[in-house]
Write a protein that binds this ligand. Structure first.
Ligand SMILES: O=C(O)c1cc(=O)[nH]c(=O)n1[C@@H]1O[C@H](COP(=O)(O)O)[C@@H](O)[C@H]1O
Length: 230
């Protein structure tokens, strides 16, 4: 199901920076808490952001043996976040275990396919995967679908092929979003919010184009309007 609110990646080091950033916004937001923030501020900040009325995508990209991932997910289930992720490369059994760990919660579970900072050449040379990047991403998406997950993290460029392979209800959460004129930084597979909308992303994740903008609220509103086709 397509979500109209871009997910803002809260890639900050401290709670104070987060609260200062959020002061500039009104209403309920969809926010991503990733490794930088979680490893420094922990679950208490997740609870606090929840109490402020925002939805949370907890981006911890779990990738470990099935038993460890299942136990970790049992803890994450108590945080009442909207969404959490694992690495699809962890395999079918690991993804099934992650899902078991979340049993009884409403948290959606998605799997990272190939990171948006990976290029086709890098994947082939470093991971020794001898297929196209799209084939690898669609393969991981099918695996996540077989494991009963709600969707995947992918780049905008693979979103349509995943919709064809796994169905339109399967979530395609796409980072690597860059409005035209904004630097790609370390991302390799980037696209604008309008392209994401056309290619069938169900969610977009935006970090630096909002958090490092001179006016984050204006940037958020422009990106949101472009994403919703206004
Ligand atoms: O799982 C993610 O959220 C993720 C997966 C991926 O393939 N690429 C990716 O960039 N991300 C995250 O999405 C955010 C993108 O940030 P910006 O490049 O600043 O917009 C970061 O917080 C990344 O950790």
């Amino acid at each position: 199901m397509r979500n109209e609110r871009p997910i803002i990646a809260l890639d900050f080091a401290t709670k104070e920076q987060v609260l200062e950033f959020l002061k500039g916004f009104d209403g309920s937001l969809f926010l991503k808490v990733g490794m930088e923030l979680f490893y420094q501020e922990g679950p208490e900040l997740v609870r606090e952001i929840n109490r402020l009325g925002h939805d949370i995508f907890l981006d911890l990209k779990l990738h470990d043996i099935p038993n460890t991932v299942e136990s970790a997910m049992r803890g994450i289930a108590k945080l009442n976040v909207a969404m959490v992720n694992v690495h699809a490369a962890g395999g079918l059994e690991m993804m099934r275990a992650a899902k078991r760990g979340l049993k009884g919660s409403d948290t959606q579970l998605i799997a990272v396919t190939q990171l948006t900072s990976t290029s086709e050449e890098g994947m082939q040379k470093e991971q020794l995967i001898p297929v196209s990047l799209e084939e690898s991403v669609v393969h991981y998406a099918r695996l996540a679908d077989d494991a009963g997950l709600d969707g995947v993290v992918c780049s905008v460029h693979e979103a349509e092929a995943i919709g064809d392979a796994c169905g339109e209800e399967f979530l395609r959460v796409t980072p690597g979003i860059r409005p035209s004129q904004v630097s790609a930084d370390d991302q390799k597979r980037v696209a604008t919010p309008a392209e994401a909308s056309r290619q069938g992303s169900t969610h977009i994740v935006v970090g630096r184009a909002i958090t490092k903008a001179s006016n984050p609220k204006d940037s958020y509103q422009q990106i949101r309007a472009e994403w919703s086709g206004q």
